[in-house]
Design a protein around this ligand. Sequence first.
Ligand code: ADP
Ligand code: MG
Length: 319
Amino acid sequence: MSELDLIREYFSHVGVARRDVALGVGDDCALLRVPRGFELAVSIDTLTAGVHFLANADPDSIGHKALAVGLSDLAAMGAEPAWATLALTLPTADRRWVGAFCRGFARLAESHGVQLVGGDTTRGPLSVTVQVHGLVPGGTAVRRLGARPGDRIWVTGTLGDAGLTLRHLEAGEPVSPYLRERLDRPLPRVAAGLSLRGLASAMIDVSDGLAADLGHILEASGVGAEIALPALPLSPEVAGYVDSTADWTLPLASGDDYELCFTVPPDRCGGVEALAEPSDCRPTVIGVITEKPGLRCIQADGGDWRPSRAGYDHFAEGG
Ligand code: ADP
Ligand code: MG
């Protein structure tokens, strides 16, 4: 048996054993049963060493994050996670690395009822691709295009933590366990996403920064938005950074938050307030959808805030 065969063995029983899997790892294809009346939600992401994680990053965290980013996409559609496939490219068949990767992946898969049903294992520069499959009752998925003027804009959890962690790491500064966890082991907001079916008019997960991702909702829906900067939900660490620098780029434009940003018509906002989300991911209202296109970020003194750096396509022109 080759080392790569052994590695395939590692992946033959990862996650939960689901009854809707007619055939999992081991044949040429997996066979999966989509229940009648449901749609299959599919998303794929690649993480590459040196780009999406540091080459020497802890493999358990890489396994967690590779699945978490996909589950976050499912959450943003209101889809329930079901199956995953994994394409793994490894420079060497390092069994310790693979074992730890597998543990990180499997723990998150189990906590979301996901079964790993297939994949591919090859040799080359380290790269991890995960495809996730979720189920959503036909016609109920929450898309990016449904936001209307007057809808309130909400976001789960806190913004900018992963961005602040990266800044600390790049500067060689110490990082608190809370911040490290927020970068390495984001918790996809799956339960919140499911509860928001029928409440949210549009939804996206915040992977590239709030301004860019809310910008995608605005574009798809043909609307604009005003957000109140003092309303942004921030951890004490990010709040301290913003207070001392007056720089809002961390919560607005740093990536890897994996929170949900969604819009809700005013008469349905009570339903969002009533959601029993744990305190670390409770949703907060941050603004309102407008007819006027573009994104306005309003400061405590009522003035517009504009980023000093270029590259924020989604901010309003001339506001
Ligand atoms: P084939 O050559 O027919 O594609 P492989 O040798 O690539 O078969 O894979 C054999 C079986 O192992 C398949 O069922 C495949 O889905 C599974 N598999 C291979 N690599 C992985 C992996 N990294 N994770 C999960 N399943 C895998
Ligand atoms: Mg193959």
